[in-house]
Design a protein around this ligand. Sequence first.
Ligand SMILES: [Zn+2]
Ligand SMILES: [Zn+2]
Length: 390
Amino acid sequence: MKAAGEEQLEQYLKENFEWFHRHPELSYEEWGTTAKIRTLLTEAGIEILPCPLDTGLVAVVHGSKGIQSGREGTIALRCDIDALPVVEETALPYRSETVGKMHACGHDFHIMAGIGAAVLLGKRRGMFAGTVKFIFQPGEEESHGALKILETDVMDDVGQIWGFHADPTNEVGVVGIREGYVAAAVDRFVIRVRGVGCHGAHPDDGVDPILVSAAVIQALQSIVSRNVNAFHPALVSVTRLQAGTTWNVIPPEAEMEGTVRTMNREDRVLFERRIREIAERTAAAYGAEAETVWTPGPPAVYNDGRMAGLCGEVAEECGMITVPEESSLGGDDFSYYEDRDTVGRELPGCYVKIGVGVGKQIHHPAFCVEESAILPAAQYLAALLERALL
Ligand SMILES: [Zn+2]
Ligand SMILES: [Zn+2]
């Protein structure tokens, strides 16, 4: 049985979740989303920090039980707020009102679970000492939104970063928790192969960049099987290959693009070196040239052991079922908050997966969050943040 106040809160969370679901906005265009979050938090008496962000915002709840300041007494919860360029295929009465944009990653759920946790903590200020910052972050789907937050000074006094994601592989009431690496580093590469164009019937007059590309693509797959430690999760996928304009001309150039996913820091360096070597030397063997452009993305997400332990304890206290969090070679720019190279210090973090009902995977056009997941998620996050400050 829910208490009257709980029912009211649940209603509020569901109604506003539906609003966000109906009004998805893409990365760095979250103007209406940001305005709505600001309104809801302000109405709930939650303070919003002045912060030079175009989209996204940072709210804060101070405990009044005693004094706890600095990094010891300041923690943050990251909630990402952007949607995806996906045409929604659900039959929800509150489906997206913008064709081609959809909250297909559940960030609308993240927004309302975060607001709910802020509201609950706001009512319990007298029960804890310290400060909780709620980071409503733009641009997660573009992999670099966290850097916008880190460019401000808002994280400077934060001693712990917490994060979560909607999980459609688990029922409502289930939390996935794991210590160690839970999401991969996400790097991107482009290889341009330059040969010599010629007539399709006279390949001996040119250097065929398509044949070279085929050899490069085959050889790239040897990095995982022959260069990476067999106990390290890693993969490389070539996801785009473009060359030529017609059937009887060998083109002068080909271009391919892809992604590398790794969990270990040293493997990122290894991949960048081996991809360059394979592309350049394979091309040279065929009389062509290759150039590689490597674009590093967010590092792997690492869950601090002590924080992961607390996630489990609080989940049990909240009556939730805990399961081992599934590791994935997907990525999340949450890792930037924890990354020594980005923030200049170690910042312990923990990122859990909250069950939203079993259904289609995130980013699928029929992905959907069960609304009954929002209140328990808000309650769980509020309890977790409060305990983290004790
Ligand atoms: Zn996503
Ligand atoms: Zn997401």
